[in-house]
Write a protein that binds this ligand. Structure first.
Ligand code: CMP
Length: 144
């Protein structure tokens, strides 16, 4: 039997969640979905980092508010590994707008609004690779 093909995806626990002291509750939901943390750090994004990370949204009307929100408190950035990790992570996060997220998802449980939606996750395998490289060196990733 061929072993399952593992993917990696980037997860961010956002300022609304670090402020409310619910990092552990969110990680529990992530781990319960079968995903495994292989890298993790807590940091405060600079304005330059937040602008660059969300550059794809630079022309959107919510960009400036998004950058101020993401720099307003520490975040936890982490890499999740598993089979179909990108899709599985998006499923456990729920819809971007917490009001539209399915019951039991992280955003339905903890999200406050479209902006303060507690978590970010890569939306494709290609973007996952870019986003992982944005925050982590290969020497900071520790799969079992
Ligand atoms: P995230 O997955 O981090 O990617 C971009 C973020 O922009 C998104 O989650 C939302 O939190 C935020 N955002 C704020 N306003 C909007 C909007 N109108 N449409 C989509 N995303 C928005």
């Amino acid at each position: 039997m061929t072993p399952p093909k593992l993917e990696r995806t980037l997860s961010i626990i956002k300022p609304d969640a670090t402020r409310r002291n619910i990092i552990g509750a969110i990680i529990k939901q992530l781990e319960s979905s079968g995903l495994r943390l292989v890298a993790q750090k807590r940091l405060r994004l600079s304005t330059e980092q937040a602008r660059s990370f969300y550059a794809v949204h630079a022309e959107r009307p919510f960009y400036d508010n998004l950058v101020s929100f993401m720099t307003s408190a520490p975040v936890v950035v982490q890499i999740l590994e598993g089979e179909d990790a990108v899709a599985k992570h998006r499923e456990v996060m729920g819809a971007t707008n917490p009001a539209e997220a399915k019951d039991g998802t992280i955003r339905a449980t903890h999200g406050l609004s479209l902006e303060e939606n507690s978590v970010h996750g890569s939306d494709s395998l290609t973007n996952a690779a870019t986003e992982i490289a944005f925050f982590f060196a290969a020497t900071e990733i520790f799969p079992n």
